[in-house]
Write a protein that binds this ligand. Structure first.
Ligand SMILES: NC(=O)c1ccc[n+]([C@@H]2O[C@H](COP(=O)([O-])OP(=O)(O)OC[C@H]3O[C@@H](n4cnc5c(N)ncnc54)[C@H](OP(=O)(O)O)[C@@H]3O)[C@@H](O)[C@H]2O)c1
Length: 328
């Protein structure tokens, strides 16, 4: 069966993205074939689509770590034809053909049944960015963080992970400080519940001091590097931070003091390899207690043909909110 996909190919040591017609016979041999209805763009997809061999080893390749669609064929026992499902992470979009194509073939152990009260389209407004925000929040809540403990922060807040972290924190009653490089987006951030906005340049500095004024009871960091290094030093007693991103750098300059003098906990999140039951828990939360009625705001809805342009934009850190791909 023919289908349309974005293909990233290597040519003379550079990488190009084009839309091509493929045959489902060329997909990897797995137990379940899914007709993809929606996908979404994440930073990792842009790395894959620009030839980052830490993400994708072999090209030509179809990126797309997210897909929401309908079971078309299965030899597994968990799903039946017509079931609406969500697939995020594991190897999909990395070295297994991903959601930037109209069909995917994946093992059923990667698939979550879409909960009632959440549409396929809404699920890809969240995508991996939302799932990651949800996993960060889950860690912090399991740690015992409560709104009455005080102010929390979100860094990289206009990006995919950041914006959904802000919305989720706000939904469950936290006072959020938004840390952003796009202070011109202040009105948007306030409308989504940010109580304070800080220009990220104020924190994007070599470590100011190993223990700074205690401000935050917790936070979600999608940036890493110098910004996370400084935030670690501005936490109050028994605070907790969940970190997941590296757009600001992979190094961490810190000392033992915030950990042994303030009891800080730093949690790392790896959404792709999270247990399937943990992913199911988060998707169910998005359909119930963490339902975001405004999730469809700040979504840029595009077609496959628009993806190359949006990939360039996310690589420059210029995206605001989420990009969702809809197939016919
Ligand atoms: N560990 C996991 O499981 C997991 C899952 C998903 C994503 N991630 C990672 O999380 C990060 C964010 O992903 P995303 O999909 O939300 O990406 P995104 O939509 O591009 O958002 C990243 C945001 O970070 C800020 N930023 C960009 N460049 C920066 C820089 N040089 N220094 C500091 N801040 C910068 C920008 O927000 P402002 O302008 O508002 O500051 C940007 O919008 C990426 O590193 C991604 O790989 C990890």
């Amino acid at each position: 069966m023919d289908y349309k996909a974005l293909i990233t190919s290597e040519k003379d040591k550079s990488f190009i993205n084009s839309i091509e017609i493929k045959d489902t016979e060329s997909l990897p041999e797995n137990d379940t074939l899914i007709k993809v209805k929606f996908s979404s763009l994440n930073y990792k997809d842009a790395l894959s689509a620009s030839g980052n061999k830490g993400v994708t080893r072999n090209y030509p390749h179809t990126p797309g770590i997210d897909a929401a669609g309908v079971i078309e064929k299965t030899t597994g026992s968990k799903f039946k034809i017509g079931d609406e499902v969500i697939v995020t992470g594991y190897d999909m979009g990395m070295n297994t053909s991903g959601g930037f194509g109209e069909y995917i073939s994946v093992p059923e152990t990667w698939i979550v049944k879409k909960p009632d009260n959440l549409s396929l389209s809404e699920s890809m407004a969240f995508g991996t960015a939302g799932l990651t925000a949800g996993l960060c929040l889950r860690k912090l809540l399991l740690h015992g963080l409560k709104p009455e403990d005080g102010e929390v922060f979100v860094s990289g807040v206009t990006g995919g992970v950041g914006i959904i972290s802000l919305m989720l924190f706000n939904k469950i009653g936290f006072d959020v400080t938004a840390i952003t490089g796009k202070t011109d987006q202040a009105d948007l951030l306030k409308s989504l519940g940010a109580k304070k906005i800080i220009d990220r340049n104020e924190l994007d500095l070599d470590l100011i001091s190993p223990l700074q004024k205690p401000i935050y009871a917790g936070g979600i960091d999608a940036v890493g590097g110098k910004i996370l290094s400084n935030l670690i030093c501005s936490t109050s007693q028994r605070a907790a931070i969940a970190c997941c991103g590296m757009v600001g750098g992979i190094s961490l300059d810190t000392s033992i003091f915030p950990f042994i003098l303030r009891g800080l906990s730093l949690f790392g999140i790896d959404s792709a390899e999270s247990l399937l039951e943990t992913k199911e828990e988060i998707w169910n939360n998005f359909a119930t207690d963490w339902k975001l009625e405004n999730i469809d705001q700040n979504i840029n809805n595009i077609s496959l043909e628009d993806l190359p342009r949006e990939i360039e934009k996310i690589l420059k850190g210029d995206q605001v909110g989420r990009v969702r791909i809809a197939y016919d």
